[in-house]
Design a protein around this ligand. Structure first.
Ligand code: BEZ
Length: 405
């Protein structure tokens, strides 16, 4: 009690002195001292905050994104815009409830210049909100939440991956063109699954198909048996699914174990078989999916990317590694334009908006809403590869409904 009483006058007199001295300095410098204090010291590092899942069903996706990002930075001698990079990390656990607190840690505590995150669409919504409130630069290296480049779009929000609508739309078009009429969908019940199905349905039904039943289970539940039995009883022409990471491995194996692999054609957005083929083994052979990356592309950038990634990490890259690599490329476009001075935000944003990203997937540009305009490949599993068999939709742009930029 006494201690507190003693402290208060001390703090308040210190506070009064500080305020007086800051005010005097501001008056003397015409406010320029304050303006300068917002700028990084010459040669200061660029602070990058990874907010990614490092545990749970999406853990491998988070690591691949970070690997890809770091590899690009290493290839630039560890610098972007002439500045060294300092990394901060938070495991977001794919838990939307923890997203605002985790994003705030990176932005307020670590004072990062840019947040790179995340994988899960529900978590993404929390990050977008905090990034907008603080006007912090955000690069989304996976999560497809349509809102991020739709109604919640913002000048400081960029994405190097896809919107959930995009790969679903591409597959809807493919199945309609194959003359399929009656399709059942099955996903996790959260934005990624629901929005993928929405994109699928939009394209499929516009060309005469019908989604006869939409089935789902909570994320990250993997008790698929009852739903697989229900799908079989509906006797559809085909099934369209969204699953990814560890859940995708389990689903594809359960589908085969239920004896449906050669009975009902199974299709999905490419996350069903990307980064998962080793674990899925024979169960995945022959599966067709649509995605903005594939094995067997012939561009030079992809060839060197794959060789370098295999050499650096002793792993084959997947779509998540590509998206992380491209997040670093996009940041480099901004950082180079301002020689690493990330406080010059309008110029950083302008350069990022104008970037032509030389991605392993093929060169892409960003839409007005800051989402990639890109080709969607049709792929077929062959051994350990999602071999490209064609382009399902060329230069597909998300409709960005509700975005006012
Ligand atoms: C998502 O939640 O947006 C997502 C997660 C994994 C793969 C693709 C999308």
């Amino acid at each position: 009690m006494q201690r507190t009483a003693l402290r208060r006058p001390l703090f308040s007199s210190l506070h009064t002195t500080l305020v007086a001295s800051i005010s005097a300095t501001l008056l003397a410098t015409g406010g320029s001292a304050l303006a300068q204090s917002a700028q990084p010291a010459p040669g200061a590092k660029i602070k990058v905050g990874f907010m990614l899942p490092y545990t749970g069903t999406y853990a491998a996706l988070g690591s691949a994104i970070e690997n890809g990002f770091r590899m690009y930075v290493q290839q630039q001698g560890g610098k972007l815009g002439g500045r060294d990079i300092e990394y901060f990390k938070v495991d977001d656990e794919s838990d939307p409830a923890k997203a605002p607190e985790n994003a705030t840690k990176l932005i307020k505590r670590d004072q990062v210049d840019v947040v790179v995150g995340t994988v899960h669409s529900g978590v993404q919504m929390g990050i977008v909100k905090v990034a907008k409130e603080n006007n912090t630069l955000l690069i989304i290296p996976n999560a497809g939440a349509d809102e991020a480049t739709g109604p919640l779009c913002g000048a400081n929000i960029f994405r190097t991956s896809f919107s959930n609508w995009q790969p679903g739309y591409a597959m809807g078009q493919v199945l309609a063109e194959r003359g399929m009429k009656k399709v059942v969908t099955l996903t996790w019940k959260y934005a990624a699954g629901e929005q993928s199905v929405k994109g699928f349905k939009e394209a499929f039904e516009a060309k005469g198909g019908k989604v006869v039943k939409e089935l789902s289970l909570p994320f990250p539940n993997v008790e698929f048996q009852a739903l697989i039995t229900e799908v079989a009883s509906l006797k559809p022409d085909a099934v369209f699914v969204f699953f990814a990471g560890g859940g995708a491995v389990k689903f594809v194996k359960d589908w085969q174990a239920a004896g449906l692999k050669d009975k009902i054609p199974l299709y999905g957005s490419g996350f069903l078989t990307d980064g998962t083929l080793e674990a899925q083994g024979t169960a995945a052979q022959g599966l067709e999916t649509t995605l903005h990356y594939a094995d067997g592309l012939t561009n030079a950038r992809d060839k060197t990317f794959r060789t370098d990634y295999a050499k650096t990490y002793k792993l084959q890259p997947d779509v998540y590694a590509v998206q992380g690599y491209d997040a670093a490329q996009l940041l480099a476009a901004g950082a180079n334009a301002v020689k690493g001075d990330m406080s010059r935000k309008p110029e950083v944003i302008k350069a990022m908006e104008a970037a032509k990203v030389d991605s392993p997937r093929g060169v892409f540009t960003l839409s007005k809403a800051h989402n990639p305009v890109q080709d969607f490949y049709l792929r077929k599993v062959d051994g350990r590869e999602n071999k490209v068999s064609g382009v399902a939709v060329k230069a597909l742009a998300d409709p960005a409904r509700g975005c006012r930029l």
